[in-house]
Design a protein around this ligand. Sequence first.
Ligand SMILES: *Cc1c(COP(=O)(O)O)cnc(C)c1O
Length: 399
Amino acid sequence: MKSNELIQLSQQYGARNYLPLPIVISEGSGCWVSDPEGKKYLDCLSSYSALNHGHCHPALLETLTQQARKCTLTSRAFHNDQLGPFLKQITQLCSMDAALPMNTGAEAVETAIKALRKWGYTKKGVEENRAEIIVCENNFHGRTTTIVSFSSEEAYRSGFGPFTPGFRIIPYGDLEAFKSACNENTVGFLVEPIQGEAGVVIPPVDFLKGAFDFCEQNNILFVADEIQTGLGRTGRMFCCEHFGFQPHAYVLGKALGGGVYPISVLVGSRDLLGVFEPGEHGSTFGGNPLACAIALKALEILESENLVTRAWELGSKFQDRLFGLNSKYVAQVRGKGLLIGIVLKESAGGARQFCERLMQLGVLCKETHEHVIRVAPPLIVNQQELDFAFEKIQEVLQS
Ligand SMILES: *Cc1c(COP(=O)(O)O)cnc(C)c1O
């Protein structure tokens, strides 16, 4: 079937909850994808950083097929032989004590919320049903009804109430606002160390570490949502490393499954993860052997292919080139490693049309929040591919 027929089908039979660029991807390999007509494109979105390893990484495909032939699902009614090794690996990588696996990012965030609340009641001594979690304006933590309850984005919330109480929203980057929002019922701070969906927003240098220190002093747990920023994307294994602290827990997802299979996890102290008793939380597919085998391999590849250092070196150089772009449309370029936002001026008339032009030229980017073009290729990208991307971005922004 041709691209336009396929697009028509998904429009006719699908819900309209997305507005994709008008391209159908039917094959992918490394950083490149192609459409049914055979046209090739460089993927500079990486499925919102889930494809750090690129498309169809051969070693991940090998693990996928091998494990799929052995055993795919046990449920947590029984043990499986992949879960333990995976939990050990991810826990050690994070320098934490324990981990709880789920499937999607939003589920792992929900897990963090439940863990924080129960920790508050059983360990901190917060009065039942009074726990508060602090979050930031313009956050993105997923799409469940509880998570959109503390979104500040109208489009994520409108029409979906009533909402879950127990959250306080502060401006991202405002340390004083954070401190004033804390009280004896505050159990945790849930925050993205760089806000990806909000447009690659980097907080002021002192904000995260300052908030972490305040948490330490006041028995509040700092949970970093590194679903998008973690696992090498920003040129460190975890984005928090840029800011010089180790949070009390990480939420990970996306690239953890190597872009092949969904798996997410809450990783944290025994104190926090220890709050769950049998029967209190779970997921049928969470921790299944297929997901665990793939995640183990995905973590191994981050190391063996040196993807974290590559992200830093290639990303920094690429950003420097973008800074040098002399475009009347560009207000700012910001990012870390290979998570980069090109912020357009109001007068440019929105990022969407630029993404459409780039698509025609063979580069796939996606606008985020009207005015930002997010550039986030797979971490396996090489210099020639980045040169190609730069050339096309330059062409579009200088026309
Ligand atoms: C993508 C994302 C999520 C949600 O993950 P899903 O797998 O889509 O549920 C949560 N937090 C951040 C920071 C994300 O980027």
